[in-house]
Design a protein around this ligand. Structure first.
Ligand code: GAL
Length: 673
């Protein structure tokens, strides 16, 4: 199978979505000239071009796209060619209303925006495949073609009658007969028993709480139904151009699809990433999405979209302050990206994204923003050597979409969190400690990891439980967060409040009761680090059965009960957190567990706010703090971006970055290994 290496060919990819159909042809030559000036080497064309390519059913208008591809090729710009199937032309919905999705009330979701298709509609699928095949037939041999981009940010949900039939077929495959379905969905509750398959529906609007197991299966089904659309298009492309890799751009940290299952079907894993430049979490959130994407790819990945400046879909949309575009782009490279692309090349003058920034903004080529884009292109040009290289990590943070979906249900002990908040809090703590981590599926091979962290996985399969037990028994460290291992694959609560197998590993007896914390409610703990420790979101009244209490609740209903425990199991160690400690306490705890497991950051004495990541013999230093910083060095080093040589310290401006060669050329791993 072709890979990302076939696209990069030793250069970091740089570019963005290019929508020439929004512009008169005179502009195209200027586009290509400016792309060259900016160091652009890959653009994604045709993402939303279906209505232009097929103006009337069955007609084809490829002439304009021929000219675009030829121009790009002549300018030395490679093409990531998109199948336009995320936004069918109005004629498809008007002629075939069954291609349009329906919401939980049965209302049609109309054309006039985008993503208006029902993944189960055979008519949609047939039309999507036809235009895909025709594109591949026409451009499969074009010299500019480097990568296929299928659809765009899959995620549309439909609950129409066609979907209902498709859902039933999926359920038959998963559960077998109706008795098994009734059993799995717990339909003895509230008289929900199904007597015939025809009665079974996607979750639709109900009077009161819907059946959670039905909702969970519908999430699974929707992910699979959309994946069928992707793989059908992918196969149509592969059969015609087996040498060209295929991707589809994921939404960042999105609950929509099973990201592990989807990534396994792609040649290149890619993601869109839009951290909020005005918020406090942008860099930490970016690092999490990047680690997740690299883990999905099992190696280098592609940043398909980021914003050069402001987006237009938050309440208040702030641009990126000077330096931030460069800093966040380098962060992605540090964490495994082999390409940095944007939405979009030229800012649209019309349509609902005319206030979304672009590489070439309304202010034009003399704009400050385009200046930054040009500088970034030049700098990325110096980092080609990093392409294809790995990001070493000895920590795995476990993540699973099925468990996430199960925590999206109403009727839980607390609606103040889903899986996302604990995941973000734990990953942030590890990121602040400069302990690089992968993310992993709970049933994945964990043998390469010294420490496995489970921020919160409510649903764990039997195989996952065995996997965790095997990791600890074999000498690994497990740090496990609250409300984990509570339910089985059908969202059935396991006796004892947590799977017995996991309690054995953690040295925990019963989990007597869950005691969630209300908004603003503060729970004190015995200290976990320096100073006072507090906790938020959640508490559990859990009893130890072999584990040692490391920290206890102080005050409140659970005064004296265990908040954090530690247990020796087999040759390893298992920690359990019955709550979410405050950021400093969580950092102290994870730092301690990692330290005991022999894990250290890449450099000692890193100032707060500075991220340090190793990749491909390079050490990336990224200053996310509000102030300038200085990083002490154990040996002199050269910054690849500026050519500057540093002796004992590297000064970093606010939003500053340096990329140090840590191994002497041709030599061993040098003083930084
Ligand atoms: C992405 C999408 C792009 C554009 C961008 C704006 O979700 O794929 O087409 O809409 O957001 O931020």
């Amino acid at each position: 199978m072709p890979t990302l290496n076939d696209v990069t060919r030793g250069r970091l990819l740089y570019g963005g979505d290019y929508n020439p159909e929004q512009w008169p042809e005179e502009v195209w030559a200027e586009d290509v000239a400016l792309m060259r000036e900016a160091g652009v080497n890959l653009v994604t064309v045709g993402v939303f071009s279906w209505a232009r390519l097929e103006p009337r059913p069955g007609e084809r208008d490829f002439g304009w796209l021929d000219r675009v591809l030829d121009l790009l090729h002549a300018g030395g710009v490679g093409v990531c060619l998109a199948t336009p199937t995320a936004s069918p032309p109005p004629w498809l919905g008007a002629r075939h209303p069954g291609t349009l999705p329906r919401d939980e009330t049965g209302a049609v979701v109309w054309y006039g925006s985008r993503n208006h298709f029902c993944a189960s509609s055979p008519v949609y699928r047939e039309h999507a495949l036809r235009i895909t095949a025709d594109l591949a037939d026409r451009y499969g041999g074009h010299p500019a073609l480097r990568l296929w981009h299928v659809n765009n940010e899959y995620g549309t949900v439909c609950r129409c009658d066609t979907t209902a039939r498709h859902f039933r077929a999926w359920l038959r495959r998963r559960h077998g007969d109706l008795d098994a379905l009734n059993e799995a969905w717990g339909t003895a509750f509230w008289s929900q028993r199904y007597g015939s398959w025809a009665e079974v529906l996607p979750p639709r609007r109900t009077q009161y709480l819907p059946n959670p197991a039905q909702s969970l299966d519908f999430h699974r089904f929707t992910s699979d139904a959309l994946l069928e659309c992707f793989t059908a298009e992918r196969d149509a492309l592969r059969s015609r151009t087996p040498h060209i890799p295929v991707t589809t751009n994921f939404m960042p940290l999105s609950a929509g699809q099973d990201g592990w299952a989807w990534a396994a079907e792609e040649d290149v894993v890619s993601v869109d990433l839009y951290p909020d430049p005005g918020g406090p979490d942008g860099a930490a959130y970016g690092a999490l999405v990047q680690d997740l994407t690299r883990s999905q790819a099992h190696g280098p990945w592609l940043l398909t979209e980021q914003a050069a400046g402001a987006v237009n879909w938050r309440g208040v949309n702030q641009p990126k302050p000077e330096g931030l575009l460069r800093l966040w782009s380098l962060q992605a490279v540090a964490r495994g990206a082999d390409g940095i692309c944007f939405f979009q090349w030229r800012q649209s003058r019309q349509g609902s994204e005319k206030f979304h920034s672009a590489m070439l903004p309304h202010a034009g080529p003399r704009s400050r923003l385009f200046g930054r884009v040009r500088e970034l292109g030049a700098e990325l040009g110096k980092l080609g050597g990093v392409t294809g290289t790995a990001v070493p990590a000895r920590i795995a943070v476990l993540h699973d979409w099925h468990s996430w979906w199960a925590t999206l249900q109403p009727g839980r002990p607390s609606d103040r969190f889903t899986q996302e908040q604990p995941l973000r809090a734990w990953h942030r703590a590890l990121w602040e400690l400069n302990l690089t981590c992968d993310l992993a599926h709970p049933e994945a091979d964990l043998s390469g990891y010294a420490l496995v962290a489970v921020p919160q996985l409510y649903l764990l399969t039997d195989a996952a439980l065995d996997n965790l037990a095997g990791h600890v028994r074999g000498g690994g460290t497990l740090v496990c967060g609250f409300f984990t291992g509570v339910a089985d694959a059908d969202d059935r609560i396991r006796p004892g409040g947590m799977a017995a197998r996991l309690r054995e590993v953690l040295g925990i007896g019963l989990v007597h009761e869950w005691w969630p914390l209300a908004e603003g409610e503060l729970q004190h703990l015995t200290p976990l680090g320096d100073g006072q420790s507090t906790a938020a979101l959640w508490r559990e009244d859990a009893e130890t059965a072999g584990a040692t209490t490391v920290a206890a609740y102080r005050g409140g209903e659970l005064d004296g009960r265990p908040a954090v425990t530690r247990h020796s199991f087999g040759a390893g160690t298992a920690w359990y957190l019955t709550t979410l400690p405050d950021p400093a306490a969580l950092r102290a705890l994870l730092g301690r567990a990692a330290g005991e497991a022999g894990l250290r950051p890449p450099l000692p004495g890193l100032p707060a706010g500075v991220e340090a990541v190793r990749r491909g013999g390079l050490l990336f230093l990224l200053n996310h703090g509000r102030d300038p910083a200085a990083v002490p060095l154990p040996a002199p080093a050269t910054d690849l971006l500026t050519g500057r040589r540093y002796g004992r310290r590297v000064p970093l401006a606010r939003h500053g970055a340096a990329v140090l060669r840590t191994a002497p050329p041709g030599g061993g791993d040098g003083a930084y290994a």
